[in-house]
Write a protein that binds this ligand. Structure first.
Ligand code: PEP
Length: 222
């Protein structure tokens, strides 16, 4: 059975108490299935408390970040290095289109961040906006996220997402897992994850609502 990732990208949302409220609602309702990997990516400020709550509740939830430093430990004011984050997270989103647009992140910077993650036991989930954006060396988990589908309510079709995922695998390696992101919700997730080349979803807006996120997980596990 293929792995299915369901990854919640909270972006710059939820204070600690809102984050803990979400964990207490969602944690007990995540279906326990070996091939189902559910990840929550809060803000840096909520990571530690979220990690603690998941550990105490023994919930089948992994913790991820939304970014990390291209550098290691040292004089890099404001940056969060992989060497310190790895006590809290198992995955990090990298190269999201919002970072490429708002912070001018280049493919080169994203490649450096990928190496930092890989060298520190963190799975890099690299976002590409189409099959022409490079997948950094060593990256085994990619999110296909067309910009026009993010936060618009206008998702790509499952069939086209499958074609793009297949192209990415053909170009790099059949062992790469590709998830789809862009206006995913409980009503369209099943058709997406049923596609042969799609290994799950990256969910933005719909992940903020605990009940909707639980529905997404339940629909996928049925
Ligand atoms: C995202 O930003 O990664 C995303 C998929 O957002 P949304 O689900 O809101 O389209």
């Amino acid at each position: 059975m293929k792995d299915i990732w369901i990854i919640a990208n909270w972006k710059s949302n939820k204070n600690i108490s809102e984050a803990l409220d979400w964990i207490s609602q969602v944690g007990p309702k995540i279906p326990k299935q070996d091939n189902l990997k559910v990840v929550v990516c809060p803000t840096f400020s909520a990571l530690s408390e979220v990690k603690k709550a998941i550990t105490v509740g023994n919930f089948p939830l992994l913790v991820g970040a939304q970014d990390l430093s291209p550098f290691g430990i040292g004089a890099y004011t404001g940056e969060e290095p992989a060497e310190l984050l790895n006590q809290l997270i198992t995955l990090t989103i990298l190269g999201h289109s919002e970072r490429r647009q708002n912070f001018r992140e280049s493919d080169e910077t994203i490649a450096k961040k990928t190496q930092q993650a890989l060298g520190n036991n963190i799975t890099p989930l690299v976002c590409v906006q189409n099959e022409e954006i490079p997948v950094p060396e060593g990256c085994k988990l990619v999110a296909y996220e067309p910009i026009w589908a993010i936060g618009t309510g206008n998702p790509d079709t499952p069939e086209n997402a499958n074609v793009v995922a297949e192209k990415i695998k053909q170009q790099y390696s059949a062992s790469i897992e590709v998830v789809y992101g862009g206006s995913v919700h409980s009503g369209n997730v099943k058709d997406l994850v049923m596609q042969e080349n799609i290994n799950g979803v990256l969910v933005g807006s719909a992940s903020l609502d605990a009940e909707e996120f639980i529905k997404i997980c339940q629909v996928v596990s049925e």
